[in-house]
Design a binder for this molecule. Sequence first.
Ligand code: BES
Ligand code: MN
Ligand code: MN
Length: 461
Amino acid sequence: MKNIKAYITKNKDRFIDELIELLKIPSISADANYKKDIIKTAVAVKIALEKAGCTKVEICETTGCPIVYGEKIIDANLPTILVYGHYDVQPADPLELWTSPPFEPVIKKTKIHPEGAIFARGACDDKGQMYMHIKAFEYMIANNNLPCNVKFMIEGEEEIGSPSLEYFVKQNQEKLANDIILISDTGMISNTQPSITTGLRGLSYVEVEVTGPNRDLHSGLYGGAVANPINILTKMIASLHDQNNHITIPEFYDKVLELTNEERIEMAKAPFSLEDYKKTLEIESVHGEKGYTTNERNSIRPTLDVNGIWGGYTGQGAKTVIASKAYAKISMRLVPNQTPNEITTLFQKYFKSIAPKSVSVKVTPHHGGFPYVTPIDNIGYKAANKAYTKTFGKPAIPQRSGGSIPIVALFENELKSKSILMGFGLDSDAIHSPNEHFGIFNYLKGIETIPLFYKYFVEMS
Ligand code: BES
Ligand code: MN
Ligand code: MN
């Protein structure tokens, strides 16, 4: 692949411009007001796949946002790589915290990205990382060195739990048949230390509603005599962790697969500075489950976090009121062998049981997802590692991530194939946050590394 570097140098500006155009479309899947932008993005992805060299590209309608499918089949006897990614993005709020508007991409230099990074919602998660695959494919077609068949499945509902994809995958088993699934929707340790994600956490997401009196009350006339749902809710939430930051829900940890000592020792070898970690987040101390390191807490251990909490008066000034209702959105990250349904049921049962008689509690489950771990002794991992070794000058470190891509476990069950998670983002890229960005270095390194994965995977097959 001696041409790849020259090809990237020659086309670098165009690669960046094309991604910037894609990032301008606000494809927010969570908000129905952006439906036309979702469609516009799906069409843009379709055109990009066609231009890059796919011979069959279609926009597959679902009951939600469409899935873009494209393929290039060169020889039925050769292996097939299925590339998965998503074109939808998270909502951009809070808007006032962005230093430039989320859908007006600009390149800015940062300490970690001295050669510049593209700032925009979706730059890293996942438009930038998904687009690397289209450009890598374009290179292989243009240089006549595509070594195998390729299929692309780019969905538009990942950020809302992929509600349509399960049905689509089940209905299209043959169309999606493959030898390996390749995904860039995760991160790596740093720009000088590549890593391959070998695990994702699962997810159980619930919304709770605590109701006290049947209407909002004057907090002087009634205060002290009736339950205040906000007081009660916060107390209930606080009791979900004990003094060791262990989750108190009975049976919550029963199925958790503990790592062996050897595995934990191996994990601890990955480069990590707790001092830098605290410094970048401007915190004096970390916080988490007793007996586990920071890297263990955010990857191999299950968690429970409040994602949002509201109720009562939050406007200007002061209003003396006891609200009738209080709400919270709570997520639990799961690890093997926890299952989202079981955990949601355990939560539901326990949360209702700890409520005092003075309030009533409703728990509504949102989406969930299974955790995923993959071994490193397969050719997919080996090919990816060889590709990183070539482009970064050192082997990748296997690393379990704390994030979730629920569809990966489903792929394994339905399509019977492994997923290789070649992520090129950094934790500091601020995905889901204001000022999300993706390094130009990372974008181009991805385009450079992906064709090597194809080459080595086919050679090892
Ligand atoms: N790309 C992320 C997941 C991710 C990021 C995994 C970094 C590992 C490293 C994905 O788009 C995402 O945000 N997933 C959601 C879950 C989904 C069901 C909304 C998540 O992890 O919160
Ligand atoms: Mn993503
Ligand atoms: Mn995301």
